[in-house]
Design a protein around this ligand. Structure first.
Ligand code: ZN
Length: 476
């Protein structure tokens, strides 16, 4: 990749106004993923952090000397920066698990230009307007990519929802089962009715951790050191029954609803039926359900534990098919780290360990590793990891696409390069991940946030945090 400086060229040219060069940059390449899905040669004009113009073809009306900087991506892919709408940062309160600096550095290195932070695991959880302000105060000075925020729906906080919407929260999340932390209790159907009434008439979305307690869990689960024991403790029926409830709520109130981290393919017909009936329902799945399978999880390897669990290979193929046919709308990380002590790595107790997989940095490569061999294209990747995730978080008018007027958030990457996950390159705080030593296809070369390079494979991560906090506007 070549970077040339227009400033140097200017020394020999005359009559140019230096002020015109300010913050004017050009990204050009032969494999740009355009908004309509076409991958072709072209260039992107960036001015003051925004995309000013997009040109397709080799004969763009561009004089490169007019630019402060020209980034030539050559034959590498240029696509919108990834928007990961499911990341647990845990700061303040559980910053030892993960904090804004480390999470956003990991995101920058992974080609992600926006994360949306989950409302739980931090203390306080983001369930009141005051707590939302505390979150923002902590995040503000230390973000290397842009950050938006989900709020939480918990029993009795329905009167906090509209104030949080007015303050710019992206939407809300609730649990239908114990969340794993006591300060973020799950809701009952009654709580949901109260919350739905507040959300009706706003354009806010409610995200559901869709698992409920069911009666079909075996009395004896087997050794806690075996992954199969944990898998038996969270059967697909827990997701199926929860999704039935979500579909009914969505159909009744017509409030946009979203199912986070779908694992059980058995629930897909419910989702199809609800959407067929006009329910404003969206669904995500995660890289770990698409790239890991239950049968190959080693004994005591609690770094693989997450809820709902990773299921069998057949289930995984159905999830990929659902991504292809549009039944699942997006792919996210659900980056949810904790300390090594809570992962119980030495004891290897799957039943007692914290459930959560750390992977925010690897999403681009994970999707491409599994997706490219199943026929998924660059266009699919943009749809599933940029466009639909930014739309979910109310950021569709400024993120997730290469379009004039949008933020100049881009990732330049090599779709042929193979690389191996190794501890020294892991940016998230606790270097625990099931992907350690895994060979992945697709390597990020440059991440550009509002026109600024925040990561490059040669220079590393930017010295200063340049991320902004993103507040949703237009809440009714
Ligand atoms: Zn999560």
């Amino acid at each position: 990749m070549l970077i040339t400086s227009g400033m140097q060229k200017l020394r020999t040219s005359q009559g140019c106004n230096m002020a015109d060069l300010k913050d004017k940059k050009l990204v050009k390449g032969r494999r740009i993923v355009f908004e309509d899905g076409v991958v072709s040669e072209g260039c992107i004009v960036i001015r003051e952090g925004k995309i000013e113009a997009v040109h397709r073809g080799e004969n763009a009306p561009i004089n490169e000397e007019e630019f402060q900087e020209v980034i030539d991506a050559g034959n590498q892919v240029v696509m919108p920066g990834i928007v990961d709408s499911h990341v647990h940062v845990n700061e303040p309160g559980r910053t030892a698990w993960e904090g804004y600096e480390t999470a956003t550095k990991a995101a920058a290195m992974g080609g992600i230009t926006t994360i949306v932070d989950m409302p739980l695991n931090s203390i306080p959880p983001t369930t009141t307007l005051d707590a939302f302000k505390i979150k923002m105060e902590h995040a503000q000075p230390q973000c290397y990519v842009d950050v938006a925020f989900w709020g939480g729906v918990v029993p009795g906080n329905e009167m906090e929802l509209r104030p949080m919407i007015n303050a710019g929260i992206a939407g809300f999340k609730c649990f239908l089962i114990h969340s794993g932390v006591d300060e973020f209790p799950h809701v009952t159907t009654e709580d949901l009715h109260a919350a739905m009434k507040q959300l009706q008439g706003t354009d806010s979305v409610l995200l559901f951790h869709a698992e409920v307690e069911t009666s079909d869990i075996p009395d004896s689960l087997g050794s806690p050191e075996e992954y199969s024991s944990f898998l038996a403790s969270r059967p697909p029926s827990m997701e199926y029954e929860a999704i039935k409830l979500v579909c009914n709520m969505c159909k009744t109130y017509r409030v946009p609803c979203h199912i986070v981290h779908l694992s059980a393919a058995a629930a897909l017909p419910l989702i199809q039926e609800a959407r067929g009936a006009g329910a404003p329902l969206t669904v995500e799945t995660c890289h770990h359900y698409l790239n890991l399978e239950a049968a190959t999880v080693p004994g005591k390897a609690t770094q693989y534990k997450c809820c709902p669990p990773i299921r069998d290979a057949r289930n995984q193929e159905i999830l990929w098919q659902a991504l292809g046919n549009g039944d699942i709308d997006m792919v996210v990380s659900d980056h949810s780290p904790c300390t090594p002590e809570l992962k119980l790595l030495e004891k290897g107790d799957f039943l007692a360990a914290w459930g959560g997989i750390a992977s925010v940095q690897f999403g681009l490569s994970l999707f491409w590793t599994g997706g490219s061999k199943r026929g998924f294209t660059l266009q699919d990747m943009v749809r599933l990891m940029c466009e639909n995730t930014s739309k979910l978080a109310g950021l569709g008018d400024r993120k997730g696409k290469i379009r004039a007027g949008c933020d100049a958030d881009l990732v330049i990457w090599d779709p042929e390069a193979m690389w191996k996950v190794a501890v020294p390159s892991i940016q998230h705080k606790n270097k625990i991940t099931p992907y350690l030593d895994m060979a992945l296809k697709g390597k990020v070369l440059k991440t550009i946030l509002r026109g600024q390079v925040v990561y490059s494979d040669t220079e590393g991560i930017a010295q200063q945090p340049m991320g902004q906090l993103l507040l949703k506007t237009g809440g009714k």
